[in-house]
Design a protein. Structure first.
Length: 412
């Protein structure tokens, strides 16, 4: 089959789709992955057929942070810009996906991918990193972790309905413009004759979902055997007890320097050593010391198992990597699906209660760090969960589903 994967997300959200693309290629399928242009070099470096959508995701993240974009709320000033960019991306995607037998994408890729697939007359596969895509009483809403668990099925139904509305309503204007101005389709999408195929790159050990859902296990990249840690990082790791690892990925705060100071003070107060991953967050105004090592990034699969605990923002990809490593997570959610994953980690007993970014303090972070490195029961639960996740092969399971369910490739 010829499959086009649309991955419009931050690096942590693109990486699972890159892993799935690699698995499909190894199974003999032709795969093209479409992602923001700042990821093209990274993806082609893995040997993937990767093509760019105009625009950089790091620029989009900074613009969204400045506009306080969160979840399903699109600030008024960004709406017209979003429509115009989507029209451009739809034209690019229509060209890139020509000749495909199926188009695949998650929340970000589905905004354009569903309509482009309809124009091409091929199936669209919903491939999610979160338990979304249906209104169900069987699981809570990803964007409504604040609904109490004691509300049960009713709370789940309300929460999932709110989540689905938040993920679709803001983009209806985009879809209508793309369909009429680029794709020559009717203004509104028609109801599909049968339920579309959906895959979930999630572990059943982490998320409870209906048995009919295709929860395959997480989609992890294979180890990059060409990567070697900097000598200074290895020296730091070997110089004392295992450190905690701290990084907020693509989350960009209003004052990165203040965040860096808060982190270093909390590390000192908790009496731990730390590796600080600066990522896109701009926490660069901090120097390596005896207790804190500063680095832009390092493979999570290599670094996290060497840590005593991981402090992160709760993005789907980072959460998966931390859980697989089998160490406690301290989650500082910033928005969107991150509070959901933060609550799941606390509910599973593999991390302390979430620390929302808006109320984060030196004292609260230091207390959470202390709990994560000293609570033996928490550490045991995290280790056992990591073992279970490592036994899953989400890539193989996803490839098997796609090969079995999708129609055979059309002749060239």
């Amino acid at each position: 089959m010829r499959i086009c994967i649309v991955a419009i997300d931050t690096r942590g959200g693109v990486q699972p789709y890159a892993a799935l693309a690699g698995g499909l290629r190894r199974a003999g399928h032709e795969v093209r992955i479409v992602a923001p242009e700042d990821f093209t070099g990274w993806l082609t470096g893995m040997g993937l057929d990767a093509v760019p959508l105009t625009g950089r995701m790091d620029d989009a993240a900074r613009a969204a942070a400045g506009a306080r974009f969160s979840g399903g709320v699109v600030p008024r000033g960004m709406r017209e810009q979003l429509v115009q960019q989507s029209l451009l991306h739809a034209r690019e995607l229509l060209d890139y996906a020509a000749g495909s037998d199926a188009v695949l994408g998650g929340v970000g890729g589905g905004v354009l991918g569903v309509d482009v697939a309809e124009r091409l007359g091929v199936p669209f596969v919903h491939a999610h990193l979160q338990p979304v895509g249906a209104v169900s009483s069987a699981l809570p809403g990803v964007l409504t972790p604040w609904i109490p668990g004691w509300t049960g099925a009713v709370g789940n139904l309300v929460g999932s309905a709110i989540t689905e509305s938040a993920l679709t309503l803001p983009f209806r204007a985009v879809s209508r413009a793309v369909r009429t101005e680029v794709l020559g389709l009717p203004r509104r999408r028609s109801r599909p004759r049968q339920a579309p195929l959906s895959l979930y790159g999630l572990s059943r050990h982490v998320v409870s979902a209906p048995a009919t859902w295709n929860l395959t296990g997480y989609w992890f990249l294979p180890e990059d055997r060409t990567w070697a840690p900097p000598v200074e990082l290895e020296r730091f790791l070997n110089a004392g007890e295992a450190p905690v690892c701290i990084g907020f990925g693509s989350m960009i705060g209003a004052d990165p320097a203040a965040t860096a100071r808060l982190i270093t003070e909390a590390v000192h107060q908790a009496g731990v050593r730390a590796v600080l991953l600066t990522g896109w967050g701009g926490m660069s105004d901090i120097a390596t010391t005896d207790n804190v090592f500063v680095i832009d990034q390092a493979p999570h699969s290599w670094l996290f198992p060497r840590a005593r605990a991981v402090v992160h923002h709760g993005g789907a990809g980072t959460t998966a990597a931390a859980l697989r490593a089998g160490v406690p997570s301290v989650v500082v959610p910033h928005g969107v699906d991150q509070p959901f994953w933060a609550k799941r980690i606390a509910d599973l007993g593999v991390g302390p209660r979430p620390l929302p970014r808006s109320t984060l303090s030196v004292h609260s972070l230091a207390a959470a760090l202390h709990a994560a490195v000293t609570d033996d029961r928490m550490r045991t639960r995290a280790a056992l969960l990591g073992e279970r996740i490592r036994t899953e092969d989400g890539i193989t399971a996803a490839v098997d589903v796609l090969t079995r369910v999708l129609p055979p490739a059309t002749p060239r």
